[in-house]
Design a protein. Structure first.
Length: 248
């Protein structure tokens, strides 16, 4: 089975997810935390700060950090956050127990993210994506934040487009966000060789879905997280079973 047919199925699945109605995104499994993150109209900075926190711990834990900090502060108003000193941000991140695996570093990322929103976007985080900008511009804007790299920048843009239905003028620069699940599924589907680099995977996705490489992201990630596990994969339940080289 050639890669064209495999890509066709993945892209179709991605389009279905992209075209689905907007629903609340279960980032954490905590409904109050998820409500805060999903409220782009009133607390768009919660989404941005959660993206900044999403490093080297389970995503569900990282995305809860804005909510946990809001509990300590009594609110999550941007004016309250903008008034914090770096030391106060570190206290929020560490006392009485650390909210992140790297609390000192992430305190800095949190504090400087608030400063970037304040100074560059007038204190309104949604100005990062308002006005139907290009996908490259949105990714670039996320890359302005301390600690944010290509993976998180494209992930943030993809969530905005796919889940929150934010319109961009194009989707060319929303790449796949490579992680262990993406790597494993791409390899097992025969799309990449073993030990392929992140760059190879990104460009492979661009070749398979040039208009919107990130369309492949959620379908492939869900396959890896749900069925195509490192050991004892549940191939019989996977929607790719009839085209996957590993099951033919």
């Amino acid at each position: 089975m050639n890669s064209h047919r495999i890509a066709e199925i993945l892209v179709d699945k991605g389009k279905t997810l992209f075209d689905s109605p907007r629903n609340i995104v279960a980032f954490t499994g905590n409904i109050q935390a998820d409500n805060l993150l999903n409220d782009l109209e009133n607390t768009p900075h919660a989404f941005v700060l959660a993206c900044v926190m999403d490093r080297q711990i389970k995503a569900e834990l990282a995305w809860q950090i804005p909510y946990l900090i809001s509990g300590k502060l009594g609110n999550f108003n941007f004016q309250t956050l903008a008034a914090l000193s770096l030391q106060e941000a570190e206290n929020l991140m560490t006392v009485p127990s650390p909210l992140h695996r790297f609390p000192s570093e992430m305190s800095k990322n949190f504090y400087f993210a608030v400063q970037t929103i304040s100074e560059t976007y007038g204190g309104v985080a949604s100005n990062i994506w308002n006005g139907k900008p290009s996908s490259a511009e949105v990714v670039y804007r996320f890359l302005q934040f301390r600690g944010v790299g290509q993976k998180i920048g494209t992930m943030a843009a993809n969530i905005l487009a796919r889940n929150f239905k934010v319109e961009f003028s194009d989707y060319y620069s929303i790449d796949i966000s490579v992680d262990v699940h993406i790597k494993r599924v791409f390899y097992r589907l025969g799309l990449i060789p073993d030990q392929a680099s992140n760059e190879q995977i990104i460009f492979r996705a661009r070749a398979l879905s040039p208009q919107f490489p990130g369309l492949l992201d959620l379908p492939v990630w869900e396959i890896g997280r749900t069925w195509c596990k490192p050991s004892e994969p549940n191939c019989s339940e996977c929607f790719m079973q009839q085209v996957c080289p590993k099951t033919l």
